[in-house]
Design a protein around this ligand. Structure first.
Ligand code: HAM
Length: 407
C-alpha cells in the first residue's frame, strides 16, 4: 500500500470545519487592518530563498526541497516572506501608498526531522506590511497577531520580544560575542562551530545542552544580556515597548531570541504556548528593512509574521461539523432528485437517499446528518406538499412545497 509521506498529513473532512474557521478568522481579522490577501506560487527560483532567507540558515542549507526542470533550479517554498517580497517588487507595489498590507495562507515545505508540531509539509497564515519604518508598524503587526489568536479563542500565549539592532551595531555585538566564546570553540557542537564563523548570532539558540552550558557562563552572559544596540535602534525599540504597554499587550524580553532566518533587523518576536511541548512557537516574525532592496527592489522597510496552522489547530477545541439543513425521505427517486434541486436553488443544503432504502432507514440516516427530515410520501407527492420533521424536537408539520421554512 502506498502511504502518505513521512512528515506530511491528510487534512480529513472531519477536520475541515476547524481549518475553515482558522481561514475565515484570518480574513475577518486581517481585513479589519486593511490587509489584502495575496497568493504566490508554491515553487520559486531557488536563488530567491538562497538570497532572501540567507545561505547561512538551516532552512537554505539543509531543509529545502529543490529540483531541476529545464536546467532551472526550483524550490518548494520553505516560507512565504521571500515569495511575497518577490511579488511586491515584480508588481511595482512600492508605487501603492504605504503601508501595503498583505496576508496569506498556504502550504510550506521544509525537510526537517518530523516530530509533534513539526512537519515537512505544514501550513502558515501570515502578514507582511511594507513601507513603514516607524515602530507604529511593529506595534500594529504584533497587535494583528495577538488579535488573530484571540479571535481563535487562544489567550493563554506569551509574546517574546527582542531587538537585533541594525547591521552596524550588530557587527560590534558579533565581534564581542566571538571574542568571549573563542576560548571554548573546540567544545562546541559541529553546528555551532560552523555558525561561529558564518552567523555567530545563531549560536544563541542552539538546543545542545553542552553548548547551552557554555553560553550560560557569566562572561558570555554579560555580553548576551548587554544593551548593545545603538541609540537609534534603542529609540525604536523603546517606542515599540511604550506602544505595546499602552495597548495592554503583555510581552517579555528574550535576549536569546535571534530567529532562524537571516533577513531580520531590529524587532523580532515570537508567540509561544505552554501546551505544545518542545515545538512551542505558534508565531514568529520581525522587521526586515533590507530584504526588498537586497532582492532588487526599491529601498522599502517591512515587517511581518507567520503562524503554523497545524500548531494552532492542535490548540483549538474541535469544531463540530455543521449538519445539513435537510435530508429528503422519499421512495420515489425521480421526485426526490427533483425536490432536492428545488431546495438547493432556494439555498437549502440537502441530500436524499441514493439507494432507495426503506423509509425507517432513511429517517435514521436523516437524524444523523441533518437538522430536518423532509418527508415526501405518495400522499405528499400527490398534493404537492411535504412533511417537515424537526429532528431535534421531533415536531412535525405538513406544508405546501413552495412554503418551506427551516428555522
Ligand atoms: P518561522 O519562524 O520559520 O518564520 O515560521 C513561522 C511559524 O511557522 C513557526 O512559529 C511555526 O509555528 C510554524 N512552522 C515553522 N516550521 C514548521 C514545521 N516544520 N512544522 C510545523 N510548523 C512550522 C517564517 O517562516 C517567517 N517567514 C515569518 C515572517 C514573516 N517573518 C517576517 N514575516
Amino acid at each position: 500500500m502506498i502511504k502518505v509521506q513521512k512528515g506530511t498529513k491528510d487534512i480529513l473532512p472531519a477536520e475541515m470545519p476547524l481549518w475553515h474557521f482558522m481561514e475565515a478568522k484570518a480574513d475577518e481579522v486581517f481585513s479589519k487592518y486593511g490587509a489584502k490577501e495575496i497568493r504566490t506560487p508554491i515553487f520559486e527560483a531557488t536563488e530567491l530563498f538562497a538570497r532572501g532567507v540567507g545561505d547561512t540558515t538551516d532552512i537554505v542549507n539543509k531543509e529545502m526541497y529543490t529540483f531541476e526542470k529545464s536546467e532551472r533550479s526550483l524550490t518548494l517554498r520553505p516560507e512565504n516572506t521571500a515569495g511575497v517580497v518577490r511579488s511586491f517588487i515584480e508588481n511595482g507595489m512600492h508605487r501603492l501608498s504605504a503601508p501595503v498590507k498583505l496576508w496569506y495562507k498556504g502550504p510550506m515545505f521544509r525537510y526537517e526531522r518530523p516530530q509533534a508540531g513539526r512537519q515537512r509539509q505544514f501550513h502558515q497564515v501570515g502578514v507582511e506590511v511594507f513601507g513603514i519604518k516607524q515602530p507604529t508598524a511593529d506595534a500594529e503587526v504584533i497587535l494583528m497577531a495577538v488579535n488573530y489568536l484571540k479571535a481563535l479563542g487562544l489567550n493563554d500565549l506569551a509574546v517574546e520580544l527582542n531587538s537585533l539592532g541594525c547591521p552596524e551595531c550588530r557587527e560590534v555585538f558579533k565581534t564581542k560575542l566571538k571574542e568571549v566564546i573563542k576560548p571554548h570553540l573546540s567544545e562546541l557542537c559541529p553546528d555551532c562551530q560552523a555558525r561561529y564563523e558564518k552567523n555567530p548570532l545563531r549560536l544563541l539558540d542552539c538546543k545542545v545542552e553542552e553548548c547551552k552550558e557554555i553560553y550560560a557562563k557569566p562572561e558570555i552572559q554579560a555580553v548576551i544580556q548587554s544593551d548593545f544596540i545603538c541609540e537609534e535602534c534603542a529609540d525604536h525599540f523603546n517606542k515599540l515597548k511604550e506602544y505595546l504597554n499602552a495597548l495592554n499587550i503583555n510581552y517579555s524580553i528574550n535576549k536569546l531570541l535571534v530567529r532562524g532566518l537571516d533577513y531580520y533587523n531590529r524587532t523580532v518576536f515570537e508567540i509561544k504556548s505552554n501546551n505544545l511541548g518542545s515545538q512551542n512557537a505558534v508565531c514568529g516574525g520581525g522587521r526586515y528593512d533590507s530584504l526588498v532592496k537586497n532582492l532588487g527592489g526599491e529601498d522599502t522597510p517591512a515587517i511581518g509574521f507567520a503562524m503554523g496552522m497545524e500548531r494552532l489547530a492542535s490548540l483549538i477545541r474541535e469544531k463540530e461539523d455543521k449538519k445539513l439543513d435537510a435530508f429528503i425521505v422519499c421512495n420515489n427517486p425521480l421526485e426526490a432528485v427533483k425536490f432536492a434541486e428545488e431546495l438547493r436553488q432556494q439555498g437549502i443544503n440537502c441530500e436524499f437517499d441514493l439507494t432507495n432504502k426503506k423509509f425507517v432507514k432513511q429517517l435514521e440516516k436523516a437524524s444523523k446528518v441533518a437538522r430536518f427530515a423532509l418527508i415526501l410520501g405518495e400522499d405528499e407527492i400527490a398534493s404537492n406538499q411535504v412533511t417537515i420533521k424537526n429532528l431535534e424536537t421531533s415536531e412535525q408539520k405538513t406544508v405546501e412545497r413552495n412554503n418551506i421554512d427551516l428555522q
